[in-house]
Design a protein around this ligand. Structure first.
Ligand code: CA
Length: 109
């Protein structure tokens, strides 16, 4: 029993080590809030494509905090945020504008 537990511990450590060591990133944009609707996944992306352009309402990313841009080819206004964004409309640009239905590219600067 004790041997088994040690083995499991070592396996977990190895898995976590591999996950921690990887610098690979991943990002998914979703058509609707709370990760619903159609999905676009890539890393990085100079253009999210006609189907998702100016349509993303939530996002998930894995790895270091990505930057999201308003326009293609990492241009225009931008913001940087790690992890899950359940509703991009909660991220304000100014009093009148937010990030819902606006993202066109993403990646590292
Ligand atoms: Ca845009």
């Amino acid at each position: 029993m004790r041997k088994k537990l040690v083995a499991v511990g070592i396996s977990l450590g190895l898995v976590m080590g591999v996950v921690g060591a990887t610098s690979a990133n991943a990002l998914s944009l979703y058509e609707h809030d709370n990760y619903r609707g159609s999905v676009y996944s890539a890393w990085p992306s100079n253009y999210v494509g006609n189907a998702m352009n100016d349509r993303a309402s939530s996002a998930r990313s894995w790895g270091d905090a990505p930057t999201y841009w308003e326009d293609r080819d990492k241009t225009g206004r931008w913001f940087k945020e790690a992890g899950n964004i359940e509703y991009l409309g909660n991220y304000r640009i100014n009093f009148f504008e937010d990030w819902n239905d606006r993202i066109s590219s993403f990646g590292y600067p």
